[in-house]
Design a protein around this ligand. Structure first.
Ligand code: AP5
Length: 255
């Protein structure tokens, strides 16, 4: 028969509790590695409407197998599903204005908190204001490696690119009726979805989007330049050539 010693039992409980608290506060090194890559890459596609952010982000996704997150696509999905966010966003998007920062930040941060983003992700169309950029920087600091790819294209070429653009209704892949048409008219090469023209791709709304870009988003070039993480690429060249320049700025994964 073992003699019951209340002091010894209490001591055992204290030690077990301390060990549990310790593993919660200071998890073993390998638990981090399983959940997320240390310092995952966050690729930020910056540039005016129509510069090719979506095109390059989609090519990067195919090569790197990390999520391609387009705030424009997330908003359009909300509009299709007639969510409260979609209804609010539509009034801004139809006029070529930016959707208010807080709506965008809530939507984006909820998306990047999902498990598939633990290995890194590509941001297309975010950030677009100084407040969005600063909020992202605060969130990523010390946890991720942001790299900004600034896609540079003159306003004159943007109208031509956007008025002849069609996009896949299902997967968002963009095509250009002259420069990169789909193999089958009206059908997405990737997922066989229906190709449509965006409602904000009219000349009047494109002109407004360009003005908004110059006023509110272009200042981010200076912001990221000062952080020393900005790379600018001339986008007045074929998309494959741009892609080879984009890829050259992405660090090789460390073994
Ligand atoms: P969003 O959907 O992000 O649109 P955007 O920034 O205006 O950019 P686009 O999608 O029009 O162009 P892109 O640069 O991706 O070019 P693409 O690759 O398609 O935003 C829409 C709206 O949502 C905003 O106006 C705003 O209201 C709201 N919104 C979104 N994010 C927000 C945020 N963070 N904050 C607040 N509001 C937000 O290429 C364009 C065309 O050119 C295609 O036809 C393509 O095939 C062709 N092309 C591409 N590359 C080449 C090439 N090298 N040579 C020839 N053609 C090419």
């Amino acid at each position: 028969l073992t003699h019951f010693n209340p002091m010894k039992t209490l001591f055992k409980h204290i030690i077990a509790g301390a060990l549990m608290a310790g593993s919660f506060l200071f998890p073993p090194a390998h638990s981090d590695e399983i959940q997320s890559k240390p310092n995952p890459l966050v690729l930020i596609m910056l540039g005016p409407p129509g510069a090719g952010k979506g095109t390059q982000a989609s090519m990067l996704h195919d090569q790197l197998h990390i999520p391609h997150i387009s705030t424009g696509d997330l908003l359009r999905e909300n509009i299709r599903q007639e969510t409260p966010l979609g209804k609010q966003a539509k009034t801004f998007m139809d006029k070529g204005n930016l959707v208010p920062d807080q709506l965008i930040l809530d939507m984006l941060f909820e998306r990047v908190a999902q498990a598939d983003c633990a290995q890194g992700y590509i941001l297309d169309g975010f950030p677009r204001t100084l407040l969005q950029a600063e909020s992202l920087q605060t969130r990523l600091k010390g946890h991720a490696q942001p790299i900004v790819l600034n896609l540079d294209l003159a306003d004159a070429q943007i109208i031509e690119r956007l008025t002849k653009r069609v996009v896949c209704e299902s997967c968002g892949t963009p095509y250009h009726l002259a420069y990169s048409p789909p193999k089958k008219k009206g059908i997405c090469d990737k997922c066989s979805g229906k190709l449509i023209q965006r409602t904000d791709d009219t000349e009047a709304v494109i002109t407004k989007r360009l003005k908004v870009y110059h006023d509110q988003t272009a200042p981010l070039i200076d912001y990221y330049n000062k952080l020393n993480i900005l790379h600018s690429i001339d986008c007045n060249q074929p998309k494959e050539k741009i892609f080879s320049e984009v890829v050259a700025y992405i660090p090789k994964p460390s073994k």
